[in-house]
Ligand binder design. Structure first.
Ligand code: GDP
Length: 420
């Protein structure tokens, strides 16, 4: 166990081996109990599929996740010599992209999985694009399924070259990226250097994970706790629940809920079914505030100190990146914005600047439209009150996803907020 913590995202195209890699990491770091592994091994052998235990382990974990009805977001944990890792954004999750942007826990670093037999694929591009937009610090690139390409160095080199071009396109500093030939399935270069890739003398995956830069310490921003749900519990009363993104909540604090614009004194705080005197960033809490009834507050409210309440935007300016839109986006477009626990229809009131994604410079002032692949600065007007913060002040509450037609069409960061 380590004192230091990392939120790690595992990104990459579907079927390139993200889940298998997570299973392998949990296994190699002793995070899956041996008896569970053993059980799956037996099951796999019975079915004549020796060596398939990781697939079974992952199925099992997925099932547990489905059953677990908790206020915790689904996550898996493992420890290396240097860090305790939490895998955020369970791979394969339908709302993966959305979570990556608005997820309660944002990733500090990421492992990009690229299958050696397939190379860069559409979601590889999409995830790299997002990782860059959302300020993931460092990427480890696992060129996976090396067993499928007979551990050939040429194939590895070709895929490395392809990914390097992609990283350059989105201005990722390739000096900060480490490439590793792996097989999540066979376990090559995960916990031990593999004889199958004798031509490779770089770091193996666990070493690269240990060498990740330490995440920025949490900001000293004041309390921000997006409300996930509001319950009525007999004997206590109204209990909002959510995860503390920044700051600290103490019993006795005077708090304010925005945009509902009500407040009061914190009477009790509960975590893991126990009362606690205070709670910190990352804690999932239920709490009770004097005088607040069930109908006074709702999901999407943000709780903060009464003397530094969460901002409520009349309009806000943001930088967005359009990932996929069948046609063009023009001023007046009103899709649903997902920010922290809130979902609000917002109108893109004006498209102020189109940016050149390669150079980051302004490519066009006041363009008539933007489309897939474009980055732009836009002014946004929420159709209902929305609490949101400039990303420079509180990054945890400064990003959002734009959804329409059942998919994420864009992601963005808040540049500034004009309050009511
Ligand atoms: P995900 O969609 O990215 O999470 O991919 P999965 O982890 O579900 O893997 C997709 C398929 O590829 C599964 O059938 C895995 O067993 C297989 N797979 C994953 N990693 C490897 C690998 O290193 N070698 C081989 N041969 N197959 C792999």
């Amino acid at each position: 166990m380590s004192e230091r913590h990392q939120n790690l995202a595992i990104i990459g195209h579907v079927d390139h081996g993200k889940s298998t890699l997570v299973g392998r990491l949990l296994y190699e770091t002793g995070s899956v109990p041996e008896h569970v592994i053993e059980q799956h091994r037996e099951e796999a052998e019975e079915k004549g599929k020796g060596g398939f235990e990781f697939a079974y382990v992952m199925d099992n974990l997925a099932e547990e996740r489905e059953r677990g009805v908790t206020i915790d977001i689904a996550h898996q944990e493992f420890s290396t010599d240097e860090y305790d890792f939490t895998i955020v954004d369970c791979p394969g999750h339908r709302d993966f992209v959305k979570n990556m942007i608005t997820g309660a826990s944002q990733a500090d670093n990421a492992v990009l999985v690229v299958a050696a037999d397939d190379g860069v694929a559409p979601q590889t591009q999409e995830h790299v694009f997002l990782a860059r937009t959302l300020g993931i610090d460092e990427l480890i690139i696992g060129i996976n399924k090396m067993d499928v390409v007979d551990y050939k160095e040429d194939t590895y080199d070709d895929v490395v070259e392809e990914v390097t071009q992609l990283l350059k396109q989105v201005q990722f500093n390739t000096d900060d990226a480490s490439f590793i030939p792996i097989s999540a399935f066979e376990g090559d270069n995960i916990a031990e250097a593999s004889d199958n890739t004798s031509w490779y003398d770089g770091e193996i995956l666990l070493e690269a994970l240990n060498d990740l830069p330490e995440p920025e310490p949490p900001t000293d921003a004041s309390l921000r706790l997006p409300i996930q749900d509001v319950y009525t519990i007999s004997g206590i009363g109204t209990v909002p629940v959510g995860r503390i993104e920044t700051g600290v909540m103490n019993i006795g604090d005077n708090v304010s809920f925005q945009p509902s614009d009500v407040g009061g004194e914190v009477k009790t705080i509960e975590m893991h079914h126990e009362e606690v005197p205070k709670a910190e960033p990352g804690d999932n809490v239920g709490f009770n505030v004097r005088g607040i009834g069930k109908d006074d507050i709702r999901r999407g409210d943000v709780c903060g100190p009464a003397d530094d309440p969460p901002k409520v935007a009349e309009t806000f300016q943001a930088q967005i990146v359009v990932m996929q839109h069948p046609s063009v986006i023009t001023a007046g477009y009103t899709p649903v914005f997902h920010a922290h626990t809130s979902q609000v229809a917002c109108t893109i009131e004006s498209i102020d600047k189109k940016m050149d994604p390669a150079s980051g410079e302004v490519a066009e002032e006041n363009p008539d439209f933007i489309q897939s692949g474009d980055a732009a600065v836009v002014t946004i007007r929420p159709q209902k009150p929305l609490s949101i913060e400039p990303s420079s002040e509180i990054p945890e509450l400064g990003s959002f996803a734009i959804r329409d037609m059942g998919q994420t069409i864009a992601a963005g960061k808040v540049l500034s907020v004009d309050e009511k």
